[in-house]
Design a binder for this molecule. Structure first.
Ligand SMILES: Cc1ncc(COP(=O)(O)O)c(C=O)c1O
Length: 507
């Protein structure tokens, strides 16, 4: 492909993507394809001679787009948002177009210096304590990681190594022995990536119970630490969540932080989704106690309009990170710039992710970001009001852009509702088990979602209830339980995930 063809291909692709967004409301959010569909559409081998870009673009339209779940459809209400914005898309185009990676400063001065500055902009937007910022005198600093899961692993590894080094100095135990006694803590409601970080770091991760609001409390952590210490174990890390995946619950950071501080245990915060809300001062009370945190992470690539991947992580003391990770370069190097952020990550090199963050922060500005967050929370409140106004439903939880609700009565009704919605494919919802009851998770995800789309979703839910769920219960024969009858109408679908073997935890 020569440079002229690149221009044409690039322009045609941007037009394609613009058309895709312009028409996204007209497409069903869920695809109609069956598992394995792509195998039939694609040849078994790579073409021997190269094909035209026009042919490739044609196949994107014909083969790829029909197999997509449209995460940016205004009717997508599953999981949490994955960020997308026009400045974010162009930023991603630039970072891959310029194509430079970085390691230390000399490998790419702009990349390192923009990232250092962007992490300070971002830290200030969230109202993080100054000691976390790169520009502040002292050992604090921030870096962009690739995912919240990776940030949790980095936080845990830092806590692990710091504890080993501190315990070697303060006891007569050997390093080998200490490593066999380490233990870490999180709540049962934390993301599965936290448990996985424990496996990857070879540190047992205790999944502690939460209170009735899904929040990890100080006394629960204190009791677990005390018990472990009495049996000779050495606590090294706590991973607290601000905005859990299931119900967007907030661990009690004030209580948990105080215990970590007293016990000298590394405290990592996973605020993957809800961290973006701290851009709005009215939500900062939820991070009260943040001064006791050692590492803090949130994903601009979830709720802050920066296309994936972009996961922001700050450390209070980057020296302990360097003690844990810093190794000498394979090729001889003299450091020329501080901070040496490449020592605070797992990969050796990094993409120029700060560029797309810069595009988004400049083009939206702080006010634009605050408006986005507040608008989405407002839409969730609007949906909550619709649910509350219908006596057949109950709202179980409403937090940030998430509303959990259910049909009153047996779980089979809500199950039939979820099945009906998923069979019609017009809106995307997720199930969750909350306090042993089946609930529907409804999240405002797409930045295109407006009030009319919420009404569309609500009408779709009502229509499934009236056409699929209730007729089914009315026609029940006397010897049939409601559970059996509703089940008969439902096809297996997304609810397969509710098999107990697939569920890790519930409040
Ligand atoms: C609270 C929380 N932590 C971590 C993750 C995983 O994020 P990532 O895909 O960036 O690793 C999620 C995903 O939704 C999440 O909700």
């Amino acid at each position: 492909m020569n440079i002229e063809e690149f221009r044409e291909f690039g322009k045609a692709s941007v037009d394609y993507i613009a058309d895709y967004f312009e028409n996204i409301r007209k497409i069903n959010v869920m695809s109609n394809v069956e598992p394995g569909y792509l195998k039939k559409e694609l040849p078994e081998e790579t073409p021997l001679s190269g094909e035209s870009w026009q042919k490739v673009l044609e196949d994107v339209d014909k083969v790829i787009v029909p197999g997509l779940t449209h995460w940016h459809s205004p009717n997508f209400h599953g999981y949490f948002p994955t960020a997308n914005s026009f400045p974010g898309i162009v930023g991603e185009l630039f970072l891959s177009g310029l194509g430079c990676i970085s390691k230390d400063w000399e490998t790419n001065p702009a990349c390192v210096e923009l990232e250092v500055r962007m992490m300070d902009w971002l830290g200030k937007i969230l109202g993080l304590p100054e000691e976390f910022l790169n520009e502040t005198e002292g050992p604090g600093g921030g870096i962009i990681q690739n995912a919240a899961s990776e940030a949790t692993l980095v936080g845990l590894l830092c806590g692990k190594e710091k504890t080993v080094k501190d315990t070697v100095l303060s006891s007569n135990l050997t390093e080998e022995y200490i490593r066999t006694k380490l233990v870490a803590y999180t709540s049962k409601e934390s993301n599965s990536s936290v448990e996985k970080a424990g496996l990857l770091a070879s540190v047992p991760m205790r999944l502690l119970p939460t209170d009735e609001n899904g929040s990890l409390r100080g006394h629960t952590l204190f009791t677990a630490i005390k018990k472990d210490k009495e049996s000779g174990l050495i606590p090294c890390c706590v991973v607290a969540t601000l905005g859990t995946t299931g119900t967007c619950a907030f661990d009690n950071l004030e209580e948990v932080g105080e215990i970590c501080h007293k016990e000298g245990v590394w405290l990592h915060i996973d605020a993957a989704y809800a961290g973006a809300a701290f851009a709005c001062p009215e939500y900062r009370y939820l991070m009260k106690g943040v001064e006791n945190v050692d590492s803090f992470n949130f994903n601009p690539h979830k709720w802050m309009l920066v296309n994936s991947d972009c996961s922001a992580m700050w450390f209070k003391d980057t020296k302990s990170v360097e003690k844990a990770f810093k190794v000498k370069s394979t090729l001889p190097k003299v450091p020329t710039f501080e901070p040496e952020i490449h020592h605070w990550q797992i990969p050796t090199t990094r993409r120029f992710r700060a560029l797309k963050l810069w595009f988004v922060l400049r083009i939206y500005g702080v006010e634009g970001i605050q408006q986005h967050i507040r608008r989405q929370i407002g839409l969730a409140k609007f949906f909550e009001q619709l649910v509350t106004s219908d006596g057949r439903f109950e709202v179980c939880i409403s937090s940030m852009g998430l509303v959990c609700f259910r049909l009153k009565g047996e779980d089979c009704l809500t199950r039939a509702l979820l099945d009906g919605v998923s069979n019609r494919k017009k809106i995307f919802l997720m199930p969750y088990i909350l306090r042993e009851k089946l609930v529907v998770r409804f999240v405002i995800c797409s930045r295109f979602t407006q009030k009319d789309d919420i009404l569309f979703a609500w009408n779709e839910i009502i229509s499934v209830v009236e056409e699929d769920v209730y007729p089914c219960t009315k026609n029940m024969s006397k010897d049939m339980t409601m559970k059996q009858k509703v089940k008969k109408k439902s096809k297996p679908s997304i609810l397969k995930s509710l098999d107990p073997s697939n569920i890790r935890s519930t409040i």
